[in-house]
Design a protein around this ligand. Structure first.
Ligand SMILES: NC(=O)c1ccc[n+]([C@@H]2O[C@H](COP(=O)([O-])OP(=O)(O)OC[C@H]3O[C@@H](n4cnc5c(N)ncnc54)[C@H](OP(=O)(O)O)[C@@H]3O)[C@@H](O)[C@H]2O)c1
Length: 352
């Protein structure tokens, strides 16, 4: 076993996009599991835009937009215990177990810190099937796939022939949300930037994709959605949300999934009139994926596996090498310069 435990602590409050200097790469002792606990080694860590939202504000205290972390804290990945391992942003292998359900070598999802080695209560660790490919466990068949599925199935509920709009369409969740709507027979328009625009159409099979950095989103929506938008799967909020909001069809559904455009902001954005909600009888409904795990995770996995087997679900993963490169990758993710789902590799992958 390695004698060191590379970990990342918050060195200072970021000003705008996070930089390498905002984080301190430190070496911490490898923790020892007590009775009922498990020591595991992380192989991959999910990089998520919401990590920025949790960082401290300018004074080093929790941020104005809801940040919960302070300078000096370990960086957080996923949701802290006592949540289920499934909520974790880390997958890896058991090194030592003092819990009856786990043995050395088991593939698991759990832990909540930017650390190579973590001790987790056995009951908050998720055992992954032995055939799991770890690089995929954080994406299609994991939390991101489930988020897309819950939003589309429970709220979007796209019908054949309807027009569905997905923002951040080339991102971890948007890729899946749009393909689920395609599988339902909807006409699907994406919004993205960079090379994701072509990827979304050419590889994922969306009907069109608006380049938000090179086109006026509102004008493009007028052209592509002349009869209005039936379902808007919103990953970003902000100006893109406003452009979509104004062009919803009667009885449209807006799936409020995330607000990625706001995570890096220093002040809360504009207010918006809710009048169209009344006038157009819209349904706007937020959701948090954790509420649906117990009831719907098995159904989600069965449907996703069938779509993958039929070749109707594609996915792109960008693997980042080590914590050293994670801050710069997080900035690229927030800025739209990611190429699909970003995961950080922390150890050799035993599942290839
Ligand atoms: N509801 C839930 O339970 C739940 C759970 C997990 C995550 N989420 C949320 O789901 C959303 C998508 O997550 P993800 O992991 O798939 O992230 P992602 O889409 O891979 O990355 C975020 C993307 O947002 C877009 N973006 C950034 N700034 C923007 C701006 N100012 N205006 C418009 N677009 C902007 C960029 O894509 P382009 O440049 O390509 O447009 C960027 O790549 C996030 O908001 C996340 O917080 C929700």
């Amino acid at each position: 076993m390695a004698q060191t435990n590379p970990s990342v602590r918050i060195a200072r409050a970021p000003q705008g996009l996070p930089t390498r200097e905002d984080f301190a790469l430190v070496d911490e002792p490898i923790p020892v599991p007590a009775e009922g606990e498990v020591l595991f080694r992380a192989v991959y860590m999910s990089l998520d835009p919401s990590m920025r939202r949790k960082l401290p504000g300018p004074q080093g205290a929790p941020g104005p937009l809801g940040g919960t972390q302070r300078v000096g804290d370990l960086m957080i990945a996923g949701v802290p215990p006592p949540s289920l391992g499934y909520m974790s942003g880390l997958v890896g292998q058991v090194v030592e177990s003092r819990h009856p359900d786990f043995t050395q070598g088991d593939l698991v999802q759990g832990g909540c810190w930017w650390q190579h080695y973590q001790v987790v209560q056995g009951h908050s660790l998720e055992k992954l099937p032995a055939e799991t490919k770890l690089s995929e466990a954080l994406g299609l068949l994991g939390q991101h796939g489930f988020v897309a599925w819950v939003g589309m199935r429970n709220i979007g509920n796209a019908k054949p022939g309807e027009t569905v709009l997905v923002s951040a369409a080339g991102g971890a969740i948007g890729m899946i949300a749009g393909q689920l709507a395609k599988a339902d027979g909807a006409r699907v328009i994406g919004i993205a930037s960079g090379d994701k625009v072509a990827y979304v159409v050419d590889e994922l099979g969306f009907d069109a994709c608006i380049d938000r950095t090179n086109e006026d989103v509102g004008e493009a929506l007028d052209r592509l959605c002349p009869d209005g938008i039936d379902v808007y799967f919103d990953n970003v909020g902000g100006q893109v949300m406003l452009a979509a909001y104004d062009r919803m069809a009667d009885f449209g559904r807006i799936v409020i999934c995330g607000m990625a455009s706001e995570y890096n902001a220093v002040e809360l954005p504009f207010g918006a009139s809710l009048r169209p909600v009344l006038r157009k009888r819209l349904r706007i409904e937020g959701f948090v994926v954790y509420d649906h795990y117990a009831d719907q995770f098995a159904e989600f996995q069965a449907e996703m596996k069938a779509l993958i087997a039929e070749g109707r679900m594609k996915y792109r993963i960008e693997v980042i090498d080590g914590f050293e490169n994670a801050p710069e990758a997080l900035a690229r993710l927030l800025d739209g310069r990611n190429k699909g789902k970003m995961i950080v590799q922390l150890a050799p992958d035993p599942t290839g």
